[in-house]
Ligand binder design. Sequence first.
Ligand SMILES: [Zn+2]
Length: 237
Amino acid sequence: MKRMHYGKRRPSHQWEVEEQSRIIDVLRAAPALRVGVKDKSRWLASQTGQSFVTTLYRQCELDFGDCVSASRLVWMKYLPPKVQFFGWLAWKYKVKTSVFLKKIGVLDENASALCVFCKLEDESVEHVLISCPLVWKVWAGLLQWWGVLWVVPGSMECLLQWWARNNFSKAERRIWNAIPLLALWSIWNHRNDCLFNNVQPDIGELHEVIIIKLAIWLKATTKDYHYTINDFLYNIM
Ligand SMILES: [Zn+2]
């Protein structure tokens, strides 16, 4: 009989361990299994009085969304134009990452295109702005504040569409909608600092910078903003 050879398992990244513990929490909170009761499928999206077809259609819309919703989040007039413009560049994959510069011949073919944060993968737009293990922590920290669970989106389009589909009250929406552009812009600035000014990646500081800027810009552009910046920070961090 042929012996099977299995590859060695690599140790989990810290962020994977955290994800694992979150999923265990979700499973623990699930209803207990009832022995002796027959399993049957149930359509949870329908409430009393709603037809299956209506709710299925709504779910499909939620899953696949329309492309317009992503652009809604790119032009947030209460954020500085440079932040909005960077959001547009990221959305259109026109950010000058190392991978992009190599592709257009600005960087030499042999030059390193490794991500400046983790130094594990090439610096593509999705990697450096969304899925890099260090950058993921920043997004996870921002979402934890809202109590929202997510799966790391595979593209900028998915990230923005997912963000646009979350519904909050009008006042909360103003804060919520500002986060992606602000986070993308701050992550990119931090990347530039690490690359050109020899700054060490500091995810905690990056998180703090995003929240502080959010508080300052909201206060400067919102009429009925009754909180001090300290109140805002104290309640979030
Ligand atoms: Zn990385």
